[in-house]
Design a protein. Structure first.
Length: 211
C-alpha cells in the first residue's frame, strides 16, 4: 500500500515546517527524501509514526516503523540474547529467515552488541524491527556512519527486501551513495513542501546547489 500525505501540515513550537503538502510515496519502492539541514525531514518521519501531532491526513501509515541512527538496542546484550527474545515473540522461522537474509550467520552469536561494527549494529536493528512485518519502513540517516562495505551489504538487503515484500520504504538521507546503490523515487524538501523529482541527476544537482 502507498503512503499518502493529504493537506499535511506540521508545526514544531512556533515554526511551521510543512504546509498543506500533498504527496504519495509508492509501494514496492525506495522513496528517497533529501533536503537541507533544518527543513524538517526527521520531524516528518516522527509525524508519520505518530510521535508528533500534525494537521491533515497521513494515509497508509498504520503499520509504520522508524529506524534512525539513534534507534538503539541494549549494548550489554549478545546477538544470541536478541535472537532468543525475537524468536519468543515472533517465532523461529521468521527470525531465522531474516537472520540469514541479513547474513548475520557470519557473525559470532557470542558477540556483544557494544563490540559490533556500526554495520553489524544496523543489521541487528533491521532484524528486530522487520520481525514486526511493517508495511512502511522509514529510514532516517540509516547509512550515515557506515563504511563502504557495510553500506553495500545494507543496500543489497534493502533492494531485495523491498522487491520481495509488500512494503513502502522511505529513506531520509544526506548520503548520495544511497541514491547510487538503491534505485527508487526521489523527493526534495524545500519551502515547507515536498517535491517529486524526476531523476537521480536532478535531485543530486538540487541537493549540491542547495536549492
Amino acid at each position: 500500500m502507498d503512503m499518502e500525505l493529504k493537506n499535511f501540515t506540521l508545526k514544531v513550537g512556533n515554526k511551521t515546517l510543512f504546509h498543506n503538502v500533498n504527496i504519495t510515496f509508492e509501494n514496492h519502492t525506495i522513496n528517497h527524501i533529501l533536503g537541507g539541514n533544518g527543513v524538517g525531514k526527521s520531524c516528518l518521519a516522527k509525524a508519520c509514526v505518530g510521535m508528533l501531532n500534525c494537521g491533515g491526513d497521513i494515509i497508509g501509515n498504520k503499520n509504520t516503523i522508524l529506524i534512525g541512527s539513534s534507534s538503539n538496542i541494549p549494548e550489554e546484550f549478545y546477538i544470541e540474547d536478541i535472537v532468543a527474545i525475537l524468536k519468543k515473540k515472533y517465532g523461529k522461522k521468521k527470525v531465522n529467515d531474516l537472520f540469514m537474509l541479513l547474513k548475520l550467520n557470519t557473525v559470532s552469536n557470542r558477540l556483544c552488541i557494544k563490540k559490533m561494527s556500526d554495520g553489524q549494529k544496523q543489521k541487528i536493528k533491521l532484524l528486530a524491527f522487520l520481525c514486526e512485518d511493517p508495511e512502511v519502513i522509514i529510514l532516517d540517516e540509516f547509512t550515515n556512519a557506515l563504511d563502504k562495505n557495510s553500506s553495500i551489504e545494507i543496500y543489497d538487503f534493502i533492494n531485495n527486501y523491498v522487491k520481495d515484500f509488500n512494503m513502502t520504504v522511505i529513506n531520509i538521507t544526506h548520503n548520495l551513495s544511497d541514491l547510487e546503490y538503491m534505485n527508487g523515487n526521489y523527493y526534495y524538501v524545500s519551502g515547507k513542501n515536498i517535491y517529486r523529482i524526476e531523476s537521480k541527476q536532478q535531485i543530486i544537482q538540487k541537493y549540491i546547489q542547495g536549492e
